[in-house]
Design a protein around this ligand. Structure first.
Ligand code: GRF
Length: 193
């Protein structure tokens, strides 16, 4: 059985979508562990309510730093939980060598833009500010860059006239929740996981 490890910093709606896809049978997998760098993140509450093992990545109060030591500890927790594929779901720190080497080409991320356009935070607001006509959602394999790495699935979305960043983000999240479980399934199958 494909075992997923999910890393998130926020509400965990993508984690919920992955769980729902597992429950409905469209994604054949289990979530082995959910980890967050934010002890108060709702993603941990969701894990708890669903009886999924979960834990905190202790970054010792640093806002963005994700030290080699902590990355190695994170890899250890994921391995201990039997994780085959790591899914970043709103995880706000840059993954580097210790974690990448522990899961080579086995870490995915979802990003609310058509990468390589608008990497980084609040990609929906970046798209509105840039006055582009369309944006979208990308699922990609994680490398050491920020929102770089091979794209495995993208879906476009037209930006409506005068659409606010918040409204656009909500519409992008509907796409995220639909395509992330699909991309995970396709990618895991392609690797025979
Ligand atoms: C999503 O918009 C995701 O694309 C971005 O962060 C947000 C996470 O939302 N990387 P959630 O925690 O899954 O609700």
């Amino acid at each position: 059985m494909l075992t997923l490890g999910i890393l998130g910093s926020g509400s965990g709606s993508n984690m919920q979508a992955i769980l729902d896809a597992i429950t409905s049978g469209t994604l054949q997998a289990k979530i082995g562990i959910v980890l967050s760098d934010n002890p108060d993140a709702f993603i941990l509450k969701r894990a708890e309510e669903n009886g999924i093992p979960h834990g905190v990545i202790d970054c010792a109060g640093h806002k963005t730093k994700f030290s080699d030591l902590v990355q190695a500890q994170t890899a250890g927790m994921l391995k201990q939980a039997g994780v085959d594929l790591v899914c970043l779901a709103g995880f706000m720190r840059l993954v580097k060598a210790p974690l990448l080497d522990a899961f080579p080409s086995k870490i995915l991320n979802i990003h609310p833009s058509l990468l390589p356009a608008f990497p980084g935070v609040a990609a929906w607001a970046q798209a509105v500010a840039a006055k582009v006509k369309e944006t979208g959602v990308t699922v990609h394999v994680v490398d050491s860059g920020m929102d770089t790495g091979p794209v495995i699935l993208q879906e476009k979305l037209e930006i409506l006239p005068d659409e606010t960043a918040d409204a656009l983000h909500k519409r992008l999240q509907v796409i995220e929740h639909r395509i992330y479980p699909l991309a995970i399934s396709q990618y895991a199958n392609s690797l025979n996981l």
